[in-house]
Design a protein around this ligand. Structure first.
Ligand code: EPZ
Length: 427
């Protein structure tokens, strides 16, 4: 397990280029299975989850090759395998996103049933029920989701999602792209990554409208033609670096990003007392010499404050003046980083889905352990602000969602290095 060694206490200062969005790239890679002609997907981030996705596409018979370090060519024209194996799904829950494309393209799919993870049980009932409404017959056998389409081709349906789900919206959108007739998805997720997927599908010949609203309308087509697509910038990586600037009372400009995709985050950062300026593809946050106030916030589906930024802003609150309440409304167990932050001298009390954070004058470095991707990001942010040295363990969680995080932070003046240790446990 690699570790990050961080010596905190110095304000970050500089500019950092944002990578492509992991949570847009993963569904778009799955969508490549729908296309009969080759596709080229550009601005892919260099992350472990992307590597796992390529392994999965190849396991399904697609031919993949890198045109450049961030542009992948995928030819699924003759891909005819329909089993997403346990050893890949257990590494990446988002593998469930091949279910819709496989059913739409081949009428059959076997996907290992994705387990829960540190942040919650992560059910997939909405994915399965929507696909059944489109004509799939689904059984769970031997830990696998085994789905068939007796009619041969999925058909359109009017689907009301009783919970806003990003993944289920994406899976059903992709399935509907090749279904016969029209599909309407009510109470659809509105995240920018949903819009990016819809734009990508339309670039490849699909007919998706309403993306970004809570009602999607998809008119099925016979086939997707293929083509190129460039993945949107990562709004969560953007917010993470801006939060690091706040916690260290520094100044960071994030470039190659899109300020319109994280407005709820920027509003909270300004409420805390940071100065935020934006351009067409950049955001600068300046908190040099400023006293920041702890801010209350509640996570909720887009356009509200994203759950993927909760841990990062909790770390900022831990270093700010005053107290604040954080409500995590999306996942049932996503406040775990609080205990690790308390080991660094934070004063955080967790009651159910709520955390009370009392800011302290100075966090202190300590050995801490990452539990999931965004909790790890919060620990790194706290370590950058803390006096002394912090060793963050289980850094493979971070590598799933942040490209070259120590290099990017070094470029902002952080004292951070990676220590390679033995292979990660299969936790
Ligand atoms: C996506 O996960 C993201 N992952 C998550 O980011 C993100 O936190 C989440 O959306 C919420 O924004 C990717 O895009 C790969 P959901 P997803 O389905 O699709 C419940 C990160 O750190 N639900 O929107 O799995 C579920 O339990 C990751 O980058 C059902 O009840 O999230 C949760 O409470 C973590 N039944 C809520 O919906 C279902 O069938 C939202 O989950 C599906 C979901």
């Amino acid at each position: 397990m690699d570790q990050l060694i961080i010596r905190g206490g110095a304000p970050l200062d500089g500019e950092v280029a944002i990578s492509g969005a992991k949570n847009a790239a993963l569904p778009i890679l799955a969508a490549a299975l729908l296309a009969e002609q080759p596709v080229v997907i550009d601005n892919l981030p260099a992350l472990n989850d992307i590597t796992t996705s390529v392994d999965l596409l190849e396991a399904l018979g697609a031919h993949c090759g890198w045109d450049s370090s961030h542009a992948l060519r995928v030819d699924a024209g003759r891909a005819d395998k329909v089993v997403a194996p346990y050893e890949l799904v257990v590494k990446m829950r988002a593998s469930i996103l091949v279910l819709g494309p496989l059913l739409a393209r081949h009428g059959r799919a076997e996907v290992s049933f994705p387990g829960g993870c540190a942040i919650g049980s992560r059910p997939v009932d909405l994915h399965l029920r929507g696909l059944e409404m489109m004509g799939a017959v689904i059984e769970i056998d031997g830990g696998y989701i085994k789905a068939t389409v007796p009619a041969g081709r999925l058909h359109g349906s009017h689907i009301l999602m009783d919970v806003v789900s990003v993944g289920a919206t994406e899976n059903l959108m992709m399935a509907a792209a090749l279904a016969s007739g029209q599909t309407v998805i009510e109470n659809a997720a509105r995240e920018p990554e949903i819009v990016d997927l819809a734009n990508c599908l339309n670039a490849w010949g699909a007919k998706v409208s309403g993306a970004g609203s809570n009602q999607l309308v998809i008119d099925g087509v016979a086939a997707l033609t293929g083509g190129r697509y460039t993945v949107m910038p990562d709004r969560i990586e953007t917010g993470t670096f801006l939060a690091a600037a706040m916690a260290t009372r520094g100044r960071v400009r994030t470039t190659h990003t899109d300020p319109t995709t994280l407005e709820a985050v920027l509003i909270k950062m300004q409420e805390a007392g940071a100065e935020v300026t934006i351009g067409a593809d950049w955001i600068e946050l300046d908190s040099r010499g400023r006293e920041l106030r702890a801010v209350d916030f509640r996570t909720a589906p887009y356009p509200a404050f994203p759950t993927d930024m909760q841990s990062q802003l909790m770390a900022v609150n831990a270093t700010a003046t005053g107290s604040a309440m954080i409500h995590e409304t999306i996942f049932e167990n996503r406040l775990m980083q609080a205990q690790e932050l308390n080991r660094m001298g934070a004063k955080i009390t967790v009651e159910g889905h709520t955390a009370l954070v009392k800011g302290v004058a100075q966090l202190r470095g300590a050995p801490v352990r990452a539990s999931d991707l965004r909790a790890s990001a919060g620990l790194v942010i706290a370590a950058l602000a803390a006096s002394g040295e912090t060793v963050v363990d289980r850094v493979y969680h971070i590598d799933r969602g942040y490209e070259r995080i120590e290099e990017k932070l070094q470029g902002l003046g952080a004292t951070i290095s990676r220590r390679h240790t033995a292979a990660p446990p299969t936790d």
